[in-house]
Design a protein around this ligand. Structure first.
Ligand SMILES: [Mn+2]
Length: 378
């Protein structure tokens, strides 16, 4: 018997996306939409069952009733079964939305031990667990004994697969435990970066990652897995479906001498790297390189230009001031004395943090030679 399934996790519905200004509210709705979108794709793919490996909600206390209702209604409308293993962000507690009534096709694990549900028509046994608080220190997969029959065994875990060498408070799983458990597939959640399907022994396992990112630590394309599985065969296909991606763009702007040129170069790089989807992304642009002592980058001006053309972009100016040491030797004006003193300070900085502050001080100081600098300016 072959089963078709979808494996997803870590939606974090209700999450506040920080660092993107007034776009964070839009981003919040997009995450709920991503959930509905994945259900649509899964329906079109004619799957038998969907696995949600935890952190469906970002926080079970702050979650709005409206969001819970949308999730329940959309799940009730699909014609496949759904299995949920609550994670560390949405633990199965007495005040959690999981404690309320859910559609008949939705099965939610509620114990902090490995439990199972049998789907006789599919000859499928789905194993899973629930976080009962923000932490789960037990090795839940250890010592599991599978019945010897022709059922396919799939385990849905919000857990942390690791080498076993240190403490782990998020449902730890070691590679030995994966090897010894003899599951046909382990659908993992918790790590937001997807991994390629791998085998230990006869067990296939993978992290599907989050379907929509909520920060710059989760860059790149996101999505979920569609899989086909039988007793001795497992094949997974990753479906990219993120509406937009977080991207960090590092750019050396040495030799550029105007805000407009920098803004144009940034847009060009975005187009080059992300093709026609460049408009949708959320960017952190980091400028580096050396610029002339007479050129002051106006980050607000460049950000305004960028935000007229892409969903969101913020700019960090990490450039350094280009100083011609030889020429400086022969100069004795106020400005050159200031540069010499600051260069010495930069050189003698105790650490990178201090060095960075001194570099900024040099830049602001140079600007002050030309125009009034307000305390609130960057
Ligand atoms: Mn998560």
């Amino acid at each position: 018997m072959e089963i078709k399934f979808a494996h997803t996790s870590d939606f974090h519905i209700g999450a506040k996306c920080k660092g993107i200004g007034n776009k964070s509210e839009i981003r919040k709705y997009e995450i709920t939409n991503a959930f509905i979108n994945i259900l649509k794709i899964s329906s079109k793919e004619n799957i038998d069952i969907l696995f949600i490996a935890g952190d469906l909600f970002d926080d079970t206390k702050g979650i709005q009733e409206e969001d819970i209702n949308i999730v329940k209604k959309s799940l009730g409308d699909v014609n496949f079964n759904v299995v949920i293993s609550p994670g560390n962000h949405d633990p199965f507690t007495s005040d959690s939305p999981y404690c309320s009534q859910w559609p008949n096709n939705v099965f939610i694990f509620k114990d902090d031990k490995l439990d199972f549900i049998e789907f006789n028509d599919l000859k499928l046994r789905v194993w899973g667990h629930a976080f009962k608080s923000a932490y789960e220190r037990n090795h839940l997969l250890k010592d599991v004994k599978l019945p010897q029959d022709d059922f396919i065994n799939i385990c849905v875990m919000h857990g942390n697969l690791f080498d076993g060498n240190n403490n782990n408070a998020y449902a730890p799983i070691t590679y030995d435990e994966v090897k010894n458990c003899c599951m046909d597939y382990i659908a993992l959640g918790h790590i937001h970066k997807k991994s390629e399907p791998k085998y230990v022994g006869k067990t296939c396992y993978t992290y599907c990652g989050c379907p929509e990112a909520t920060g710059f630590d989760e860059t790149g394309e996101k999505g979920f897995y569609i899989g086909k599985i039988s007793k001795n065969f497992c094949n997974l296909t990753f479906k990219s479906c993120s509406k937009r991606n977080y991207e960090v763009l590092n750019l050396d702007i040495t030799n550029l001498e105007s805000d407009f040129d920098i803004a144009e170069l940034i847009i060009m790089e975005m187009k080059k790297n992300y093709k026609e989807k460049y408009i949708n992304n959320i960017y952190k642009v980091v400028l580096s390189g050396e610029i002339s002592e007479n050129f002051f980058i106006n980050t607000l001006k460049i950000e305004t230009y960028l935000n007229d053309r892409v969903f969101f972009a913020s700019l960090s100016d990490n450039t350094e001031t280009r100083v011609d040491i030889d020429e400086l030797k022969f100069r004795n004006d106020f400005k050159s004395i200031f540069i010499k003193k600051m260069m010495l300070k930069i050189e003698n900085s105790k650490n990178d943090y201090e060095k960075n502050i001194n570099r900024q001080a040099l830049k602001i100081g140079l600007r002050a030679f030309r125009e009034e600098v307000k305390y609130s300016d960057n």
